[in-house]
Design a protein. Structure first.
Length: 431
């Protein structure tokens, strides 16, 4: 009985155990490990940082404003056009703007001085003033004394020349510039002497002063040299005459009429007319004479393109190149290096027509023959090589000795030439 009971209890225990096992949750399997990459994954690189923060674009600086006072019309195809073109040169070469007032002379603006005109340019924003005529020298001093801190240039004057006769040490920020046009006139005189068929060269002169005397004399020296050395002719057979009109250009009722003076030359057998005035009467009248059947020629002055007025009779033109002067001095002021000075510079003999380096130049005209063109080149080469025509023996027009044999003229002797040279016909002083 007891044995049966034990087996019954054992069976009951087994049944309960199996029931409990059936009700228990299944075992959670171990999670699978993710596949490992061949190399560790790198963090993405950061974009490169600029060395400095990006700046807003700079605004262009305001142009530097300079003013020019011109004695005649800006489009005279002569002296004033050459200065106007120089102002345009500065505008091209730097951030600058030119203001100008032309026809500043007693006829066009009676009762108004160049200094007053310069005041107007200051009021319009100019910070630098250029006076372009010898006729303005005293008025430029008045302006300088009233505005000693304003940089200014007087073209053709000599008040800033320490070794000159009229040096004014009290002037501040006052600069004189001038090209050694003596060389240009020598070349022009040579071309005229090679071209003339009558041996008679006329010179249409403006007013009489130191500048105009030395330029007429230079033209004669060049003509005489080429007449004798290249053509082998007697200097006594060369006639060279100057007639002065009384100012830089025609003022009706005040000056002699340059048109009439030019025609007087042509009607007297002078077949080459050189000009020393600002305007183109020499060319225009020569062309009229040539169109009427005469063999005549002209040598204009001042402006590079003066031959364009009448190319068929134009032998060539000596001209000033003011641009490098003005550019350099305006830049000197902006660089804080401006001071009073006197400059008298000549051609760049490596290239006399280089617009950036040659202060005096000569361009051949269509009427210069091929043969004579080669001789002019030869003469230019000789001058560049050291030929000095301002060398004795030379006498003044009245016969007094100017330079003894072998003596070379000083800059002062040339600049302040007191008379025309012997061999030139015409007045030496104003009467």
């Amino acid at each position: 009985m007891k044995s049966k009971l034990v087996w019954q209890l054992f069976a009951l225990v087994m049944i309960v155990s199996l029931a409990l096992a059936a009700c228990a949750p299944a075992a959670t399997p171990a999670p699978e490990q993710p596949a490992q990459p061949a190399e560790p994954t790198k963090a993405p690189e950061q974009p490169a940082q600029p060395a400095e923060p990006t700046k807003a674009p700079e605004q262009p600086a305001e142009p530097f404003v300079f003013g020019m006072v011109m004695v005649g019309p800006y489009n005279d195809n002569g002296w004033n056009t050459a200065h106007y073109v120089a102002g345009q040169y500065v505008e091209r070469k730097m951030n600058a703007k030119m203001l100008y007032i032309d026809k500043v002379n007693p006829a066009d603006r009676p009762g108004t001085t160049p200094a007053q005109i310069a005041e107007q340019l200051l009021s319009q924003g100019a910070k630098f003033i250029i006076f372009n005529s010898d006729d303005m020298k005293d008025s430029s001093v008045d302006f300088n004394k009233a505005h000693p801190d304003v940089p200014m240039i007087h073209a053709s004057g000599d008040y800033a020349w320490k070794e000159g006769k009229v040096y004014k040490p009290e002037l501040k920020n006052y600069v004189n510039v001038m090209g050694r046009m003596e060389y240009g006139k020598m070349i022009a005189g040579c071309a005229a002497a090679l071209t003339t068929q009558t041996g008679k060269i006329g010179y249409l002169g403006p007013l009489i002063n130191d500048e105009t005397r030395r330029l007429v004399a230079s033209a004669y020296l060049g003509a005489k040299y080429c007449w004798t050395n290249y053509l082998g002719k007697d200097p006594k057979d060369l006639q060279f005459k100057v007639t002065w009109i009384g100012f830089w250009f025609n003022i009706p009722g005040v000056t002699s009429d340059p048109t009439q003076v030019a025609n007087d030359f042509f009607n007297s057998g002078y077949d080459v007319l050189m000009s020393g005035i600002d305007t183109p009467e020499a060319q225009t009248e020569a062309k009229k004479q040539a169109d009427a059947g005469k063999k005549v020629w002209a040598v204009p002055y001042d402006y590079e393109k003066a031959c364009d007025v009448a190319p068929s009779i134009c032998v060539g033109v000596p001209y000033f190149n003011w641009g490098p002067f003005y550019l350099r001095w305006i830049q000197a002021y902006l660089d804080g290096k401006y001071e009073s000075a006197f400059e008298w510079y000549g051609p760049d003999w490596k290239d006399i027509n280089n617009p950036d380096t040659s202060y005096v130049s000569f361009v051949k005209g269509p009427a210069l023959s091929e043969e004579n063109s080669k001789l002019v080149d030869k003469f230019i080469g000789e001058l560049g090589g050291g030929l000095n025509l301002w060398k004795g023996p030379l006498n003044l027009q009245d016969g007094t000795q100017y330079l003894k044999d072998g003596e070379e003229a000083t800059d002062q002797q040339i600049w302040y030439l007191p008379q025309l040279l012997e061999g030139i016909e015409g007045q030496s002083v104003q009467q």
